[in-house]
Design a protein around this ligand. Structure first.
Ligand code: F6P
Length: 539
């Protein structure tokens, strides 16, 4: 019976880290030119290259040991089979059921959930088609022209990212808008150019209690009420929620439900993406689901050594914890993927931004890195200076699309991505910088003065994810890849990746501050700094 415990493997990893020392990535490639070929994986049309991370075969062997010793395979099966792995909310985690083929069976509490999943899918598809073909008409009989998704967090970031990414599939007559911020400026911007008679609001909220969403939905209701008779409102309000009664009580004429075993940040596979289905069509959305379902099968069936999400997670965990690099930048080299970093921020940081294990004891090590990013090549002209020459090493994900559009070459775009990853890894020594300066005609003194400024430490890790083109299928696979990577990391850190208690304190205090603001004076609950700020804001 193996006595290896995850803790003992973490310790062996730390010892290995010390042994490996500060070996530069260049050295690792010079010592082993075949490493690139070995540190790659394919998953559902996505090509993964993690060889530009400071891992050796021994590091990988230890990380795979950690995965095995941590019971990753059992936890993975537990998730797919509907066990209540979200232990603090006593819920199953079955967002994968939302993309499973209708013929499959997913049991929860002795009941197959797929018939319900398929029924909602069909209702969403049918309804979306009525809006797309103009059958669903506003109160005054005109077809809908504007769809306004009102939602925040998982009820906004996913659908918005998908609609931006798959714009080539957009419906010619329909305009999609996403309103999330409680700052009324955002909804005003949308309503200013919209016509009440042809605008359809989708109020998307798992709980249907979120302040920002209800505030914006009330504003939309008031805007409609100013133009339409009361009996005409319901046609313009659709609810998407796990609390259908609340949506009906709010006045939604039609509601699409999903279940509490779908986490908000995992809900883009559900009716929460109604806006996408209306905008892109059911066929494209089905492809999106299909791409993710294929990645689910890969995650479930591929051996850990060749499992895309597992290998990505192991490289990340080693960067975060093994090498103490608590930040990661995501650079999607496709304008259409510009909302991917924001989506991943919620997915990863709300899932794994935790410091206690499932049993409540401290994790005692780094967990989720700070995730940030901008599309490539924009980021290069913004914060890449820090990534190349700053003292802190920030690993990157380069998400590279071979062909982003039909009528222009994407070569300059992906060439920049490859060059950035190479520059981050290889760097430039002071000697090389000095030689270049001298070769460009600089004097010895000038070269000595400038060379330190033009030196790049290099040894900056990155993982590349390549896809031939951005299609509904490849996008579905990409998002599922990141979801399962996040799952693997949570499993190895032994945390519950599916609750988010950390968001509650601020919400509760916001209610108290709002009450004080409405009273026009700070109550005794506020600390002096907050009280003073409130006094100034209500003066
Ligand atoms: O506050 C965080 C959060 O609960 C996220 O987990 C969720 O995606 C978002 O708010 C919106 O919640 P809801 O869909 O219930 O309005």
């Amino acid at each position: 019976m193996s006595t290896t415990t995850p803790e003992s493997v973490w310790q062996r990893l730390a010892a290995h880290r010390a042994e490996l020392g500060e070996r530069h990535l260049n050295e690792l490639f010079e010592a082993d030119s075949t490493r690139a070929g070995r540190m790659q994986a394919e998953a559902c049309g996505l090509f993964l290259d993690y060889s530009k991370n400071r891992v050796t075969d021994e590091t990988l062997r230890l990380l795979l040991d950690l995965a095995k010793t941590s019971g990753l395979a059992q936890r993975r099966t537990a998730m797919f089979e509907g066990e209540r792995i979200n232990t603090t909310e006593q819920r199953a985690v079955l967002h994968t059921a939302l993309r499973r083929p209708a013929s499959e069976v997913v049991m929860l509490d002795g009941r197959d959930v797929m018939p319900d999943v398929v029924a909602v899918r069909e209702r969403v598809a049918r309804f979306a088609e009525t809006v797309r073909c103009g059958d669903w008409r506003g109160h005054d009989g005109r077809p809908i022209t504007d769809i306004v998704n009102i939602g925040i967090g998982g009820s906004d970031l996913g659908p918005l990212m998908v609609c931006e990414a798959l714009k080539p599939f957009a419906h010619p007559r329909l305009r999609l808008h996403f309103v999330s911020n409680v700052d009324g400026v955002q909804i005003d911007d949308v309503l200013r150019s919209a016509d009440p008679g042809t605008t359809l609001f989708i109020v998307a909220s798992k709980t249907f209690t979120t302040q920002e969403t209800l505030t914006n939905a009330e504003a939309a209701k008031a805007w409609l009420a100013a133009a339409l008779p009361a009996e005409g409102m319901a046609r313009h309000f659709i609810g998407v929620t796990a609390a259908p009664d609340k949506a009906t009580a709010f006045g939604c004429g039609r509601t699409f439900a999903f279940r509490d075993w779908v986490g908000g940040r995992y809900s883009l596979w559900s009716a929460v993406s109604l806006s996408c289905v209306i905008g892109l069509g059911w066929e494209a959305f089905q492809e999106f689901l299909g791409g993710a379902a294929a990645l689910d099968r890969h995650f479930l069936e591929a051996p850990l050594e060749r499992n895309g999400p597992v290998l990505m997670a192991l490289a990340d965990i080693y960067n975060v914890d093994g090498l103490n690099r608590p930040a990661r930048s995501v650079a999607p080299y496709a304008h259409a993927l510009r909302r991917l970093p924001a989506f991943l921020q919620q997915l990863e940081m709300e899932s794994n931004g935790k410091r206690v294990r499932r049993d409540g004891s401290p994790v005692g090590r780094q967990t989720c890195p700070v995730v940030f990013g901008e599309p490539g090549s924009n980021g290069q002209h913004a914060f890449f200076q820090q990534l190349h020459q700053g003292p802190q090493v920030v690993p990157l994900d380069f998400v590279i699309v071979g062909r982003t559009c039909e009528d222009a070459s994407s070569t300059p775009l992906w060439a920049n991505a490859l060059a950035q990853a190479q520059a981050l890894m290889q760097g430039k020594t002071e000697g090389q910088a000095r030689a270049e300066l001298l070769a460009s005609g600089a004097s010895e003194a000038e070269a000595d003065r400038l060379a330190p400024h033009k030196t790049f430490p290099g040894d900056r890790p990155s993982t590349a994810i390549l896809m031939e083109a951005l299609t509904p299928r490849s996008l579905g696979a990409l998002i599922a890849l990141y979801e399962h990577k996040t799952f693997v990391e949570g499993a190895l850190w032994d945390i519950n990746s599916f609750d988010q208690w950390g968001v509650e304190l601020g919400k509760a205090l916001a209610k108290a501050v709002l009450k004080d603001a409405q009273a026009g004076a700070p109550s005794s609950n506020l600390d002096p700094s907050t009280a003073d700020l409130l006094r100034r804001l209500t003066a």
